[in-house]
Ligand binder design. Structure first.
Ligand code: FMN
Length: 387
């Protein structure tokens, strides 16, 4: 077993152990992948201020997200097809998150269903909703999330149509995989993955199959999205969904100060500054670059969270110092899951926690809640001058 010390170690193991189709699905952005690349490289432009001779005993990374206690302000982002990266992936990731004391968000496009995850966990998790044209389906899935005790609805706003990811088309991405010759040859080398999949019954979109009417082919993500997602989703509909849900609402995919202000008007509890990990609008600025102007636009009127590009505890610290109250990791935990199942997700959380804690100490802080701009060295033109 290799010694794992970084998120990138987990990524390499994920690549070795998981079918190419699913590794590629995780490790890609849309079109030229410019935004996908810049999400991570922009974090590197921000540097840290080393401070010394500061008492660093009694440190804490504990905080709150939407009023919920968290061991560190890092939630697991909703990721579709997680149960294809590893058998029963959503259940395993949710259990790892629960043990660690951080929130888990279940995607609409998960393999394990809302009920499956609820059955295998004790703590409430968050449910991410993609709004479909079929209102009955939407009403029904909101009711299912309520029945399962989900403590927040994460409404994703940046995917009414799918940003094209070339590799998914070239690989013929489906869940479960269609057994073409190249796929079979690749699967033959992934025995660990195959054994897991043979032992589980969860191999389709668990929230959808058997719940949505008139679905042509739910196995293909791209065709199903094109057929079913609601192109007419707007702020009025968001307000109505908020009422239907009646609980904590997090709006995901905000990348512009004007939209952040709209989210305040509609009464969201939190927003996630996000470009979907560079998977949607290629050419958009990285989320970390957009974060300061969004924080400035909304102040304390709504809790600001962010994701897209976080691969280390240092990245988490930078986002918090620029004003985010919470962060999310997507790929960073998916690498762990694909590499080593539940243990790998725990490893990813451990790596990030240790990095966050040590970095905070070396910046002269003991409490994650006190992190502010003072711990950073940010290039003067970091946000850029765009006309
Ligand atoms: C493979 C994959 C699938 C995703 N599926 C969903 C999804 O079903 N719903 C959603 O709201 N976001 C989805 N996202 C976006 C993530 O929630 C999150 O915004 C993104 O992964 C953050 O970027 P990071 O991977 O660089 O941390 C997905 C991301 C990845 C990588």
């Amino acid at each position: 077993m290799p010694v794992i010390t970084t998120i990138d170690d987990l990524r390499r193991l994920h690549k070795r152990r998981t079918p190419k189709m699913f590794y590629d699905y995780a490790e890609s952005g849309s079109w030229t992948e410019q935004t996908f690349r810049e999400n991570t490289s922009d974090f590197d432009q921000i540097r840290l201020r080393q401070r010394v001779a500061v008492d660093m005993s009694g440190r804490t990374t504990a905080s709150q997200m939407i009023g919920q206690d968290v061991a560190m302000p890092v939630a697991l982002a909703p990721v579709g097809l997680t149960g294809m990266q590893h058998a029963d992936g959503e259940i395993k990731a949710a259990k790892a998150a629960e043990k660690f004391g951080v929130p888990f968000t279940l995607s609409t496009m998960s393999i394990c269903s809302i009920e499956d995850v609820a059955e295998h966990t004790k703590e409430p998790f968050w449910f991410q909703l993609y709004v479909m044209q079929d209102e009955e389906f939407v009403d029904n899935i909101i009711a299912r999330a309520k029945n399962a005790g989900c403590s927040a609805l994460v409404l994703t706003l940046d995917l009414q149509i799918l940003g094209q990811r070339h590799k998914d088309l070239k690989n013929g991405l489906t869940a479960p995989p269609k057994l073409t010759l190249p796929t079979m040859l690749n699967l033959a080398t992934k025995w660990r993955w195959g054994m897991g999949m043979l032992q589980t019954k969860r191999r389709q979109f668990g929230n959808i199959v058997g719940h949505a009417k008139g679905v042509g082919d739910a196995s293909s993500l791209s065709s199903w999205t094109a057929e079913q997602f609601d192109l007419r989703l707007d702020w009025d509909k968001i307000a109505k969904l908020k009422e239907k849900w009646g609980g904590k609402l997090i709006l995901k995919g905000i990348l512009d100060p004007e939209d952040a202000k709209k989210a305040v008007e509609v009464g969201a509890d939190a927003i996630i500054v996000s470009n979907h990990g560079g998977r949607q609008l290629d050419g958009a600025l990285s989320a970390i670059r957009m974060l300061p102007s969004i924080v400035a636009a909304v102040g304390d009127q709504v809790e600001v969270h962010m994701d897209s590009g976080i691969r280390s505890g240092q990245d988490v610290l930078k986002a918090l110092a620029l004003g985010a109250k919470g962060t999310y990791i997507g790929r960073a935990y998916i690498y762990g899951l694909g590499a080593m199942g539940q243990e790998g997700v725990t490893k990813a959380l451990d790596v990030i926690h240790k990095e966050l804690d040590t970095t905070m100490a070396l910046c002269g802080r003991r409490d994650v809640k006190t992190l502010d701009r003072e711990v950073l060295l940010v290039p003067e033109d970091f946000e850029g001058r765009w006309a």
